[in-house]
Ligand binder design. Structure first.
Ligand code: TRP
Ligand code: SF4
Length: 347
């Protein structure tokens, strides 16, 4: 069974990390908001994926998932245009994960670059678990169960989509039988991610504590900008600087209009403006983008049930589509739920 809609299908997920920051916005969400106009989109909060690294304390996991959803709605994902749900509310993902785990060679998983990196870099948690090694298989199940055509991801996730294609091929090879295939091979759509520095100049990341949240009110944004690092060569007001080596300059490049950018370039290099003034303009640009999001968010904060209803409707839709795929998967593996008479019997 192919995809009945004429639109190509897109699927992507985001871990349930709690409130999102500007890095999540420019690295994924902004792109998703555009994609919902053109594709049949499924976006889900990957709470089971969050468990692969944060399994010991689940006290905030549900709250974190809802925070992510609220930020999606604030950013402009529209339940009329895309399907949004929480992974653990659609248990078929787990069933397909189990079946795919049977056919996935260990060597494929041990070779995934994020696996090696994270085992080496994250020392404070024990990641020597079955679930952590297998998490790309879960991701494959997430993608294949919707027969997604495209998977928008950042650079770090491309290897996971490649693995998904290999698993799909292996599954089709074993079980497609007379069909051409059960799972189409999905393609990753690499989201071009501009370099977005956090307040300390390193990449914006929750684990560095250098983020600007989509929910930060204007005074907080201005305060964070005030303490943001700048071109280290500009020690005094009279020293010229270079926006190309300044994290605030990077923010301007992403969020400011041409005129402001020109003023920054000229003023910084000639020491015609001070960093305080320049940071004020960067804060203006952020406030302009975040204000409408925070306005949109209010409706759901005042009435949290609304957001939950969106999730329930999304899960129902996702369950229906993923359930149909699972029927097909069971059938192709000779494990359908239908009665079949014993071999050799006519009844
Ligand atoms: N692994 C992704 C991340 O950590 C999240 C994710 C889970 C995902 N399942 C997915 C992304 C399926 C794309 C498709 O960011
Ligand atoms: Fe950075 Fe702006 Fe200061 Fe130049 S003027 S160093 S771009 S903050």
């Amino acid at each position: 069974m192919g995809n009945p809609s004429s639109k190509k299908r897109v699927l992507s997920g985001m871990r349930s990390t709690g409130k999102l920051h500007l890095g999540n916005y420019v690295g994924a969400l902004e792109n998703w908001v555009r994609m919902q106009e053109q594709y049949e989109c499924f976006f889900f909060v990957a709470d089971w994926h969050a468990l692969t690294t944060d399994y010991a304390d689940t006290s905030r996991i549900k709250e974190n998932s809802v925070e992510v959803l609220l930020d999606w709605l604030a950013a402009g994902l529209d339940p009329e245009k895309c399907v949004m749900f929480i992974q653990s509310h659609v248990p078929s993902h787990a069933e397909l994960h189990l079946l795919l785990s049977m056919i996935t060679p260990l060597g494929w998983l041990e070779r995934v670059p994020t696996y090696k990196e994270q085992r080496e870099n994250i020392k404070e948690k024990d990641l020597g678990t079955y679930g952590f090694l297998g998490y790309p298989v879960l991701q494959s199940a997430d993608i294949l169960i919707y027969k997604a055509d495209f998977v928008p991801v950042g650079e770090d996730q491309v290897a996971h989509v490649e693995l998904t294609r290999e698993i799909a091929r292996r599954f089709n090879g074993f079980y497609a039988g007379k069909r051409a295939y059960v799972f189409p091979e999905p393609q990753s759509l690499l989201t071009p991610t501009p370099k977005l520095p956090g307040t300390d100049g390193r990449k914006m990341s929750k684990s560095y504590g250098n983020t600007i949240l989509l929910t930060d009110p204007e005074p907080t944004i201005r305060l964070k900008l005030k303490t943001m690092v700048t071109d280290p060569a500009r020690v005094r007001r009279t020293d010229p600087g270079n926006p190309d080596v300044c994290p605030v300059g990077d923010l301007h490049k992403i969020f400011s209009d041409k005129e402001t950018m020109a003023k920054v370039n000229e003023g910084c290099r000639s020491a015609g403006i001070g960093c305080i003034e320049c940071k004020g303009w960067a804060a203006d640009a952020l406030v302009k983008i975040l204000n409408p999001m925070q306005e949109r968010r209010k409706k759901y904060e005042e009435n949290p049930r609304l957001a939950w209803d969106i999730l329930e409707a999304g899960s129902a839709r996702a369950q229906k589509i993923s359930g149909a795929t699972m029927d097909e998967v069971r059938d192709s593996m000779g494990m359908s739920l239908n009665y079949e008479p014993p071999r050799g019997s006519s009844k």
